[in-house]
Structure formats: structure tokens, C-alpha cells
Design a protein around this ligand. Structure first.
Ligand code: ADP
Ligand code: ASP
Ligand code: MG
Length: 412
């Protein structure tokens, strides 16, 4: 039997009624002749609630216990979905990550999948089971501890299962009907893309478009998984949604394919650090060890052997970053006058493969922001993206203005 992977995100399993609707979709694919692996998220809002409880209990928590708590939301939906399918006379059972087992690294709260042995689930398919309902987001480390794959990680679970089982396709069912030129909740005129290149989706995801977790796109690209994003609310149709595919499979596209944003960023500046060989390693080593995801970095011009070092990180990691820097200062490995945290910034980015061959895209972006009176605090670029850090209060204005200026509401 061919295998299909169907992933249902939080809103698609938000209550029993939604779980029933999703189960009907699954039943259709079973009737189409597939053995189905369903990957489910926790009910929407559940993981946030669990994370909140962890933070309330222990702000600088032990990540192993964070995983023990936050992985639990998916256990509930996996069991409920299997029960619902059984009620429909479809042979189904649930699988938690450790039962498969989804083997991961020990990087708790941000683990990567090492391997997914297929024998347990394949043996059940051979015995007549039609649907394996897998709890997304979770796995087990070599030490036997429960791990999670980072926020939005059920997408990655789904793609990894599709790769491991050689699935015909991986369908990601969510609350929008595909990938848009920007978040349709922010820009009303955002346009749904029929296709998007892996590279562009990878950048959009890593720059904040949470419709797919970055790592899921990486895996799909590496293993050639046919990946589709579609709505669990629309009527089924063969060419629904957005296909994430190779660049060669896209006929025409705009220079800029999309605009992404990341709302909750912080800008940290170490004032007056010694400008000497090894200073960057002395700063960013401890930050990495503390689990701080440093993004943009700027080193200012030095004066009399001292300089300021600025970096950005997610706003909920500011406390960790501060502690890592204070500890390094106390240990004598770095010295700085002050550490200033600006917790009111956001990152806005434009992404497009067309930038490789078009000059002047950055200049245009900066002019658009100037015309809106938005001050740029930090800039970074790569071959196919330009990102700026700006005051959070201007984020939506900037996304909207860039979407208009680059003509994204029209197909290229
Ligand atoms: P799920 O719970 O199904 O995993 P998510 O909330 O993680 O859903 O992702 C879907 C959301 O991603 C949409 O509701 C939308 O607000 C947001 N989003 C951000 N950027 C985009 C984009 N470019 N295209 C589509 N959705 C986007
Ligand atoms: N429930 C997890 C989260 O909210 C994983 C997911 O939904 O993909 O991050
Ligand atoms: Mg998601």
C-alpha cells in the first residue's frame, strides 16, 4: 500500500468536533487506498499553556523537565484521534514518540531527529492497521529522556516520517489554505502562492513565517519529500494549497517572493568590551552554551581598544543571555561596562530567489522604510534575503508597506 502522511496543526484538532472533521479527511485517504500516518499537534493554545506553567514554576528551567511537560499536549490529541477513527471502524492506534521510537539528540527543547525506525509501524500496517496516529513534536534521547523538537516541531515530525516511510506526499493541514506572500492575518491583500521554492520557504520559515517549522523544510528539501500546505477547513480537492517544490518547477516568480516578520526579538548591547582577538568567541561561546539563539551581530567601530557589541535574540531569552554575560564577567573571561537590553524590537525580512540577479532590492527596501518614517536599528543580508531590526510598534506598518512596494499582491 502507498503511504501518505497527514499532519494536523493545533487549530485543526482544537476540540472534539475538529478532531472528527480531521478524522473524516483521514478516512477519505484510507478509502483512496493509502495506509496513513497522521501526525497531530496539541490542541491550539495547549502548548502555550504548558510552557506558561513551566515558566511560572521555574524561570530558568531544566530543559528535560520542560520537555516532559510540554510534550504532553500531543499525547492527548493522538489518543483522541485514534479513538475517533476506531469509532468510524477504521483500524487505528496512537503512537507516542518513544514508542516508535523517534530517536533524537539530547538537545532538549530543540532536539533534532536522528532516526525513525519503521519496523514497528510497518508490522502493524501489515497486520491490517490502516492509520498510525503519531504524537508530533516529541521524541526520545539516547539517555531515554523525552525530548521536544522546538516550537512548531510537529511539522518536522511529519516530514521526517514521510522521508523515513517513503510516503507519496506529506500534507500539512493548518488554519490557512496555503503559504502566502506574507502572513494573511497581517496583510489582507496577501496572495496565496500555488508553488514556492524550498529555498524561499526555508528563508521565510527561519525568518518567522511560522506556517512551517524551518527544520521541516530543510528535511523535505534534503530528502525530496513532496510537501503540501493546505487548510483542514476547505473541501478536499486535488490541487488545493501550496506545493513546496524545487526551484526548477516554478515557471515565474517575483523578485521578492514574500515578507516575513518575527515579533518578539530583543537587541542586546554590550557596552565597552575589549577589542582583542578572541573577544567574539568569549562572548558568543557562553551564549551558545546557555541555549541563547543569537541571530544578528554587529560589532561597532572601536575606540582606544574598546568597542560595543550588539546582538539580537528572542525576547524570552534575554534573562538567559544576561546571566551568561554576568557569569562570564564574574569568571573574568570578558569585561564590559554595561549590558543594555532593548526588548521592544521586531525583525522584518524580504525573501526571494530573484534577488540573486537583481540589484537595488536592498536600496528599495530602505527607501520604503524611510518613507514610512521607520528607523532601522540593525541590517543583515544574504543572497536571497534582507532583514532589518526595527521598533516593534512599526512592524505591521513595515510589513504592509514592503508588501505593497514590491507588488506582492500580483503574481509575477
Ligand atoms: P498549525 O497550528 O496548524 O501548525 P501555525 O499557527 O503554526 O499552524 O501556522 C499557521 C499560521 O502561520 C497561520 O495562521 C498564519 O497566521 C501564519 N503565517 C505566517 N506567515 C505566513 C505565510 N507566509 N503564509 C501563511 N501563513 C503564515
Ligand atoms: N504543539 C507544539 C507547539 O505548539 C508543536 C506544534 O504544534 O507543531 O509548538
Ligand atoms: Mg505550526
Amino acid at each position: 500500500m502507498p503511504i501518505l502522511v497527514m499532519k494536523f496543526g493545533g487549530t485543526s484538532v482544537a476540540n472534539i468536533d475538529r478532531i472528527s472533521r480531521a478524522s473524516k479527511r483521514v478516512a477519505l485517504e484510507v478509502a483512496n487506498g493509502y495506509d496513513v500516518i497522521v501526525v497531530v499537534s496539541a490542541m491550539s493554545g495547549k502548548t502555550n499553556e504548558l510552557v506558561g506553567w513551566v515558566n511560572e514554576t521555574s524561570p530558568l528551567y531544566d530543559a528535560r523537565e520542560y520537555d516532559a511537560v510540554t510534550s504532553s499536549g500531543e499525547n492527548v490529541t493522538a489518543g483522541l484521534m485514534a479513538l475517533r477513527l476506531q469509532e468510524m471502524d477504521i483500524p487505528a492506534r496512537s503512537w507516542q514518540g518513544w514508542q516508535v521510537p523517534v530517536q533524537t539528540t539530547s538537545a532538549h527543547a530543540n532536539a533534532r531527529i536522528d532516526a525513525i525506525p519503521t519496523d514497528n509501524i510497518m508490522a502493524k500496517f501489515a497486520q491490517g492497521m490502516k492509520v498510525a496516529v503519531v504524537a508530533g513534536f516529541q521524541g526520545v534521547s539516547a539517555e531515554g529522556r523525552i525530548t521536544t523538537l522546538g516550537r512548531g516541531g510537529s511539522d518536522t515530525t511529519a516530514v521526517a516520517f514521510a522521508a523515513a516511510f517513503g510516503a507519496e506526499r506529506c500534507d500539512i493541514y493548518t488554519d490557512v489554505d496555503g503559504v502566502y506572500t506574507t502572513d494573511p492575518r497581517i496583510v489582507r491583500r496577501a496572495r496565496k502562492l500555488d508553488r514556492i521554492a524550498f529555498e524561499e520557504m526555508l528563508e521565510l520559515a527561519s525568518l518567522g513565517a511560522k506556517v512551517l517549522q524551518t527544520r521541516s523544510v530543510e528535511l523535505a528539501m534534503r530528502f525530496g519529500v513532496k510537501l503540501r500546505v493546505l487548510s483542514s477547513f476547505d473541501e478536499p480537492s486535488d490541487n488545493a494549497g501550496t506545493l513546496v517544490c524545487a526551484e526548477e518547477d516554478i515557471m515565474e516568480s517575483n523578485v521578492v517572493a514574500g515578507v516575513a516578520y518575527s515579533r518578539d526579538e530583543a537587541k542586546m548591547t554590550l557596552i565597552s568590551v575589549a577589542d582583542r582577538p578572541g573577544i567574539a568567541a568569549a562572548i558568543f561561546g557562553p551564549l551558545a552554551d546557555a541555549g541563547v539563539n543569537v541571530d544578528m551581530i554587529v560589532q561597532n567601530i572601536s575606540e582606544e581598544g574598546r568597542t560595543d557589541m550588539t546582538f539580537s535574540c528572542p525576547v524570552d531569552q534575554v534573562m538567559r543571555a544576561q546571566k551568561a554575560m554576568e557569569d562570564a564577567k564574574a569568571a573574568g573571561t570578558i569585561n564590559f561596562h554595561d549590558l543594555v537590553a532593548d526588548e521592544g524590537v521586531a525583525k522584518v525580512s524580504i525573501v526571494g530567489i530573484g534577488m540573486r540577479s537583481h540589484a537595488g532590492v536592498a536600496a528599495k527596501m530602505f527607501a520604503v522604510l524611510r518613507d514610512e518614517g521607520v528607523n532601522i536599528k540593525v541590517i543583515t543580508t544574504s543572497e536571497i534575503k534582507i532583514s532589518v531590526l526595527i521598533d516593534r510598534k512599526y512592524m505591521e506598518l513595515a510589513v504592509q508597506a514592503l508588501h505593497d512596494a514590491f507588488g506582492l499582491e500580483k503574481a509575477g
